[in-house]
Design a protein. Structure first.
Length: 275
């Protein structure tokens, strides 16, 4: 049995199938982890969702910002697809409601103590411990799974607040949690999240650091796999310095779809064809 963590698929179903052939994946033997953003920008969001949902207990995914955007477009009265969105196949599917209900049940943080890995889409704010990250993720998960889902999705968008405080409440609190776990790339040294800079490390304002490089980060002893940051180029090597492994290698932009076998750190890649 092997467990493979796979970077952002974003509707690139053909590449996903090619990667699974490369892994010699056996659904009755192996398990797949997905770092989120199963949908959008690529051509086959519907087929990706159907495939991952059909894995049942053999698959784990965390929610990414594109997955949440799909939910907002489908379930919030204020939600509207953007010009570049490519998940209309999901919105018009006969099994749309089953897929959306399944997506609402997925976590924002996944931790496997036996394997010794944490998975999240974008990262964990530097001021939080792993326990705090899981507890705060559960606040958003409860909204998605409950009667407040539509209202939460309507208030989800926005870059504020930038800083975490235990005194935050209401929609600003849930928005910070969501942004930290699904949108964050760079932070100031005091942990304030910056949403503007999106390039590779070194391209950002001098006052900013990658979230995982902020001094005193409280999850520095956790091994974290994540996606979201296609320009990061932090596959494998980053684990030694920071204990994190970025698996979004830009498949949807024509680069690669990457998987890591968690048991031994072996990497597997197939070329992207969507870009």
């Amino acid at each position: 049995m092997a467990t493979y963590a796979i970077g952002d698929v974003q509707g690139c179903y053909r590449e996903l199938r090619a990667l699974l052939r490369r892994l010699r994946f056996k659904p009755d033997r192996d398990r797949l982890w997905f770092t989120g953003d199963l949908v959008n920008r690529g051509p086959d969001s519907l087929r990706v969702l159907r495939f991952v949902r059909a894995l049942g207990d053999g698959g784990v995914t965390v929610l990414g910002n594109h997955d949440l955007h799909l939910l907002a477009c489908a379930l919030s009265p204020a939600g509207r697809p953007r010009r570049k969105d490519t998940f209309h196949d999901v919105l018009g599917a006969r099994d749309r409601d089953r897929l959306l209900d399944w997506l609402r049940e997925q976590p924002l943080v996944h931790h496997d103590a036996r394997l010794g890995y944490v998975m999240v889409h974008a990262g964990i704010p530097p001021a939080w411990t792993l326990r705090e990250a899981r507890e705060r993720a559960s606040e958003v998960e409860a909204c998605l799974r409950g009667e407040r889902c539509s209202r939460f999705l309507a208030h989800m968008y926005g870059d504020l607040p930038k800083r975490w405080s235990a005194d935050l409440g209401g929609w600003p609190r849930l928005r910070f949690i969501t942004n930290g776990l699904t949108r964050m790339r760079f932070c100031a040294r005091d942990g304030a999240i910056n949403m503007r800079d999106k390039g590779p490390p070194g391209s950002q304002a001098w006052t900013l650091l990658p979230w995982f490089a902020v001094p005193g980060r409280r999850t520095r002893r956790s091994r974290i796999v994540f996606g979201h940051w296609a320009t990061l180029h932090l596959v494998g090597a980053g684990a030694h310095e920071h204990g994190v492994i970025g698996l979004d290698t830009g498949c949807v932009w024509g680069r690669e779809l990457t998987a890591m076998r968690l048991e031994d750190g072996a990497m597997f890649r197939v070329p992207g064809q969507c870009g």
